[in-house]
Structures are given as structure tokens and as C-alpha cells.
Design a protein around this ligand. Structure first.
Ligand code: SAH
Length: 259
């Protein structure tokens, strides 16, 4: 017996990129333009929401730290229900759906429910935000490897806890998502693991958007700088000597599109 519900449509897990509408993929944009239903996350930028077919039903899943307007099960249920009556259901997520975006979990739930589903990758903030701050993640004189890691305090609750000792020595560039609230702990752990207190670190907040802000320091100074500036999420953290390139390359930062 098949558990497939009678589905008219398909759910597309679409990556919206980090904000600049110029970073939306052509495939994602086409789907937004002909979608019947769009369920979007809080981090999706206004110019991207403006691409949505005006006749589409728009539903905010609205997840931001501490404020969950819909729990995960409700989101999945809405997607399953809508796929029974609508042809094109878009689940729109910030950045890339499969990079700390719960896209894998949602896809598993949809597959389990028998709903056809496809992923459209997006430009992830961990790559785009550093680029818009003039920080290449690899460079022949600085770094041959990059690690993407979550800095969320509760990482161990939902997925394996982060081994900061291993991360410190695993690659030359470290990119941390959701790292701001836990930054004093993370920078402490990395220093305990043997990274120099003088290791350069950059924070890029609201990367690729007109309100982008950067904060540059070292492992030993950054927590106090964050405190002094009241610097907050959402921000990407970059650690490693590639951060020094910011000084010469940040003047060549990309132009924001569509603002
Ligand atoms: N799937 C997303 C990540 C979601 S996790 C992606 O691929 O980008 C949420 C975290 O992503 C935030 O806490 C922040 O660390 C980062 N983030 C998302 N958008 C950002 C932006 N425009 N600028 C800087 N960081 C961003």
C-alpha cells in the first residue's frame, strides 16, 4: 500500500540567498513567479518577496530566534495540505535550504508523507556575506580549506555537538553561522584549542543587504567589540588570516541590486 496522498502538485524547497535579489537563482525566481502558494521564512528579504506571483497565497513561517510563529510540524502540515490542491508550492528559505536551513529535515518529512519534493539550491550567507565584505574564503597565500559550522548554543540538542578542538585545527578558514550569541564561549574554546589570541576574525551582519555592517578584530578582542557596538544577529563569523584581505579588498565590494 502506498502512503502517497492524492497530490496535484509538488513542493519546491527554494533557496532565496542572503538578501540581495541579484543573488536569487533564475530557477528560484521562475518558481516564485508562477507559484500558487509560497511559505517563507523570516530571513527572506523584501525585494525577493516582491518577486512572488501576486495571486499566490503567501504564508509566513516566521522563524527568528526565540519567536517561532509556526512550529516545524505545522509548516510541514501546511506544505502537505497545500500540495493536495495547488500545483506549485514553494517553501522559500534564506540562503541555501540545505545549509543550516532545515531543508533536509523538511524534505524527509515530505518524502515520508508521500509528497513530491525538489530542492533549488541558493547562495548561502556563509559564502556571500564574506564576499560582500571583501573576504575570499580561500586564497593561495592564506587558506586551502574552509569549515562551515553552527555556533548555536543548543547545537548538541538537535545535531551532534560541535567539537571546537577539532574545528580549530581542521582548516585554515572557519565560517560560523548563528555564532553571535555564543561568541565569547566560541572564541574562548578556539584559543584553548591553541589558536593564537591574535587570530583575525570578522563579523558580517545583514550581509549582501544595504544595511550590511562589519566588525573586524581578533579572537581576544571581538567579544568586547560586539558588546561595545551592540552588534547583533544575523551575522556570519569568519576566522583566519583571509580576514586580513578585507583591508585591501573591501573597497571592491559588490553593488547591491534592486534597492
Ligand atoms: N540557510 C541559511 C542559514 C540559516 S541559519 C544560509 O544558507 O545562509 C541563520 C544564520 O545564517 C544566521 O544566524 C546568520 O548566521 C546567517 N545569515 C543568514 N542570512 C544572513 C545575512 N544576510 N548576513 C549574515 N548572516 C546571515
Amino acid at each position: 500500500m502506498s502512503n502517497k496522498p492524492k497530490c496535484l502538485g509538488k513542493v519546491y524547497l527554494v533557496g532565496a540567498g542572503p538578501g540581495d535579489p541579484g543573488l536569487m537563482t533564475l530557477k528560484g525566481k521562475s518558481l516564485l513567479e508562477c507559484a500558487d502558494v509560497v511559505v517563507y521564512d523570516a530571513l527572506v528579504s523584501a525585494p525577493i518577496l516582491a518577486m512572488i506571483n501576486p495571486n499566490a497565497e503567501q504564508i509566513s513561517a516566521g522563524k527568528r530566534r526565540g519567536r517561532h510563529s509556526m512550529v516545524q510540524e505545522e509548516i510541514t502540515q501546511v506544505l502537505v495540505d497545500r500540495a493536495k490542491t495547488a500545483a506549485i508550492v514553494v517553501r522559500l528559505k534564506g540562503g541555501d535550504p540545505f545549509v543550516f536551513g532545515r531543508g533536509g529535515e523538511e524534505m524527509q518529512d515530505l518524502v515520508k508523507a508521500g509528497v513530491p519534493v525538489e530542492v533549488i539550491p541558493g547562495v548561502t550567507s556563509g559564502i556571500a556575506a564574506p564576499a560582500y565584505a571583501g573576504i575570499p574564503l580561500t586564497h593561495r597565500s592564506h587558506s586551502s580549506s574552509v569549515t562551515f559550522v553552527t555556533g548555536h548554543e543548543e547545537a548538541g540538542k538537535y545535531r551532534p555537538a560541535v567539537n571546537w578542538q577539532a574545528i580549530a585545527h581542521g582548516s585554515e578558514t572557519i565560517v560560523i553561522y548563528m555564532g553571535i550569541h555564543n561568541l565569547p564561549y566560541i572564541t574562548g574554546q578556539l584559543q584553548q584549542a591553541g589558536l593564537s589570541a591574535k587570530t583575525p576574525i570578522a563579523l558580517v551582519r545583514w550581509g549582501t543587504r544595504p544595511e550590511q555592517e562589519e566588525l573586524i578584530g581578533t579572537l581576544e578582542t571581538i567579544a568586547a567589540q560586539v558588546e561595545a557596538k551592540g552588534f547583533g544577529a544575523p551575522a556570519i563569523v569568519v576566522i583566519g588570516s583571509v580576514v586580513n584581505l578585507h583591508e585591501t579588498l573591501s573597497d571592491c565590494r559588490p553593488q547591491f541590486l534592486g534597492t
